[in-house]
Design a protein around this ligand. Sequence first.
Ligand code: NDP
Ligand code: GDR
Length: 371
Amino acid sequence: MSKVAFITGVTGQDGAYLSEFLLKKGYRVHGLKRRSSLFNTDRIDHLYQDPHVDNRNFHLHYGDMTDSTNLIRLIKEIQPDEIYNLAAMSHVAVSFEMPEYTGNADGLGTLRILDAVRLLGLEKKTRIYQASTSELYGKVQEVPQTETTPFYPRSPYAVAKMYAYWITVNYREAYGMYACNGILFNHESPIRGETFVTRKITRAVSRIALGLQDKFYLGNLDAQRDWGHAKDYVRMMWMILQAEEAEDWVIATGKTTTVRDFVRMSFAQIGVDLEFKGEGETEKAYVLKCNNPNYQLETGKEVLAVDPRYFRPTEVDLLIGDASKAKEKLGWECKYDLQDLITDMMQSDLKLMKEQQYLEDGGYKTMNYFE
Ligand code: NDP
Ligand code: GDR
């Protein structure tokens, strides 16, 4: 009999890669998607199966993390062996604009999943993965960060995720449920949301290379992140739920890089060396040299400026994770390093932006949001 998984947040970056991964392993996968006035399934369209066909192994259900009865009904129907709770309002900056909703979806939403499993008497059948985050560490208490580093959340998002973390631990201890936190550090990919910094950079660099845009704007260039590839990280989500004991795990590469260096490495992919001048709010980046004849970027061209609107009321300055526990007990290793990740993202965005270029050359307008 195939195992059955229920993935909340199936339309997101991780939900899409995890669905692919579990389907390849022979799982029947059920995903929770939100109703939207437009199609919102771009990332999983390649997995879609016609509902009129028998023996489908990929099913989508309407629902929302803020709707308890919907979640209880779905879990009752699906009877999952494993639940991956990935749904969240996942943008840290946006959580300052929508703190109450973020608390509801990301914090109480996790409680709704755990309590549904308990109410339905599935405590011994259903294993639960909670998408916890390195944002829990917030203000630096210790580097590198491990499973025992104290938390100091710095955003409504991180505070909501802290509730989710502890309610997962509490249900494990109180009701003997197999419920785990994966404390995942930043992970990115060609299908990363366009407003997270890495994707914002690789899209903008690709557009600048093709002459579709002159420059772009970012916030804090000094922030340091431990960036991995989402494909490596969804594999770990599954491994976490296969372990004998339910525990909490840090998943990270152990290397950290500034946003500024991520910009530098992305421009290097199109053969452009950059020079940064100024500090803080006045910092800008200019083309120092363009070594690739395919891209005509003049020396001295301004391609990036800091815009304080992207600064956060409270920032997380430095994240670097120590995944020794997962390495030793689960055999964790990542196949992609940062260079591989940036190459993957740049190749994909250059291709996408070439499509935009054809459209624009043909007189059609394409959209580029600067968020
Ligand atoms: P995304 O933002 O790409 O995806 C989030 C998913 O949650 C989307 O499917 C979204 O639906 C869905 N969602 C949002 N709000 C609700 C709601 N109220 N009800 C139901 N579904 C909802 O995030 P990622 O894939 O990058 O991350 C997956 C999870 O892991 C998130 O919980 C995130 O906080 C956490 N995380 C992510 C890390 C990363 O670096 N990527 C690191 C550590 C933790 P829709 O498509 O309709 O918007
Ligand atoms: P983060 O990711 O907040 O770490 O949360 P994000 O890519 O949004 O920011 C990383 C760092 O870059 C700085 N930054 C900018 N960020 C954005 N989005 N846009 C900008 O223009 C910009 N300029 C500089 C930020 O200030 C920050 O320091 C991600 C999400 O996926 C969370 O859901 C997840 O929990 C954590 O990673 C781990």
